[in-house]
Every structure is written in C-alpha cells, then in structure tokens.
Design a protein around this ligand. Sequence first.
Ligand code: UFG
Length: 327
Amino acid sequence: MSNVLVTGGAGYIGSHACKALKTSGFTPVTYDSLVTGWRDAVKFGPFEQGDLRDRARLDEVFAQYQPIAVMHFAALSQVGEAMNEPGLYWGNNAGGSLCLLEAAAAVGCLDFVFSSTCATYGEHDNIVLDEDAPQLPLNAYGASKRAVEDMLRDFGAAHGLRSVIFRYFNVAGADPEAEVGEFHRPETHLVPLVLDAIDGKRDALTIFGTDYDTPDGTCIRDYVHVCDLVDAHVLGLKWLQDGKGSRVFNLGTGSGFSVREVMQRAEEVTGTPVPCNEGPRRAGDCTKLVSGSVRALNELGWAPQRSDLQTMIADAWKWHKLGQYEA
Ligand code: UFG
C-alpha cells in the first residue's frame, strides 16, 4: 500500500497532484479543511477533513493510513490578504506546517514534498532567479513559506526528515480531461480572470499597470502548466524514495510573458476579445519574475509537456466551460 498524505488535496494544485499520484500507482489521501478547497475536487482517493493545526486529527489520519510520504500543499496563498492579515498566514502556514511536521516525525513519516513559492525570493527585478538567489520575502505569505523551508531543514538535521522543496512561479492551466481545474473564491489570478472577462462572468479585466519597464508596459511572469508542475512533484517523491536526499528546485519554464501577451493568446484560443481597462499598479508586483534555473530539468528529469501559453490557456478554457464545483 503506497499511501501519500496530500494536505490541501481539495485545492487547485493539490487536486491535480492527487490525479498524478493515482496515475503513478500511489493512493493520494487528501487532508483538507475545505476553508479554501472544494469537496468535489477530491476524486482520486480517500478524503479526511481536518485543520493542519489539529494535532489529534492528524495523529488519527497518520495512524489510519500510515502514509509513506507527505505532499504538503495546504496553505493560504493570497498576497493581498497576507499584507492585511499577517497573523492568519503565520498561524495557518507556518504554525500549521509545524504541527504537521511534528505529527509526521512522531510516526517516522520522513519524506516530504513541499509546495513553496518564488515569493520567498522577494523583489529581484531583472536578475536570473536560480535556487541560490537570496530569499528576502516582501510579505507574510512569502515569509511563512520560507519559514517552512527552514523548519524542513531543521527537522532534517534533527530527525532525519528528507524534503524536496519546489518554488513555483505562476501556475496556470487545468487537467486536459477537465476532471479538476482552477477555482478560487475570490479569484485573483490572471488567467482565470481573463477567461471570466471573455465569457461575461465579470465585466472586464483590469490591467494592473501599463508603465512598467517592459516591451509593452505590463508585468512579465513565468507561467507553468499545473499538470507539468505536479508531474515534478511525483518525480520529487521518487527522488526521495531513491534516497537522494533533500533538495530545492524552482519550477518555471524560463520564458516570460506579459499581461498583454496572455490576453492576446486568450483571444486567439477563444476567438473572443478580452474586455479590459487599464488601472494603476498593484502593490507588491515586481516588473518581471522568471526562473533562471534548469536544475529540475537536469537533476529530476522533469520534462514539461504542456507549459506553452497556448496549451495552458486552451486547457484552462476547456475546464472553464465544462468544469464546476458546487459552491
Ligand atoms: N494581473 C492584472 N490584473 C488582474 C490580475 C493580475 O493585470 O486582475 C497581473 C498582475 O499584476 C501580474 C500578473 O497579472 O503582473 C500575474 O498576476 P497573478 O495574480 O496571476 O500572479 P502573481 O504573479 O501576482 O502571483 C503569483 C502567485 C503567488 C505568488 C506570486 C509570487 O499566484 O502565489 O506569484 O510573486 F506569491
């Protein structure tokens, strides 16, 4: 029995990870509070509802399923909210992760795959961001994720815990079979907002800033398909099972696209113009965030298949039209 405990398995990335795990022969056991996740997104293995900070509940779940590893996605992840409510982020993301690590270490479940973020790097405009770039997060979201990275290292030194840490760039797209997809309430991410504007679920997209130092004046980001992203997680799990030890990997493609380029590609995919207006810059946005790392390709053997912008938007559009979770 190869159970893997997937915290946040009812969320956007966690639900895709559950599908990838099942496809690879593992049994994903979702542990999710459903505060931001969706029960309907749990389709590929058992579901256990619980909060990361509920140690007794975690102990029960570890005892029942005896997982061989943990994939830890559960977190609050809105930068704007983190600026206003840092306590929520420290409590849930850092405090919750500490409780999870203690529960796992107590039963000797010592292989961890952790969902971190390029937000741990902070503002590094126009430099190549590899895994050795300084981590100077600008908000409690990035800081709480960096704190969990530190915890993993300390638990590694003290308890022999092994971790693969993935620092994501901008995740987009959806399962091409549209069994699961992206569904946040409220939605803050560019691709689903563009698609909402296209099909009239919102009046218009507001472009946050058109005076950046980029060819078309809008911010540039490195978009990676959620299916490629979770494939890397399965490779990370196998890496740990092969005894290769703790490692950090950026997950981005190394190619950047501006907000206007994303909109243009969405217009091509859907055949519909994006109603939009131009607004001021959003606080905390960097001009350009692109991964400069090929470590995941070289060391993990990661081979992204769907991370071109056209495919990401086409998959997101298919989900947008077909998929829906009950509110
Ligand atoms: N954008 C708009 N209008 C919108 C929404 C977004 O113009 O209505 C722009 C943003 O300004 C940014 C780009 O689209 O330039 C992408 O924005 P997202 O909100 O989709 O993604 P972010 O780059 O802000 O955030 C991502 C992750 C975060 C992570 C962050 C690190 O979603 O979890 O990268 O910087 F913290």
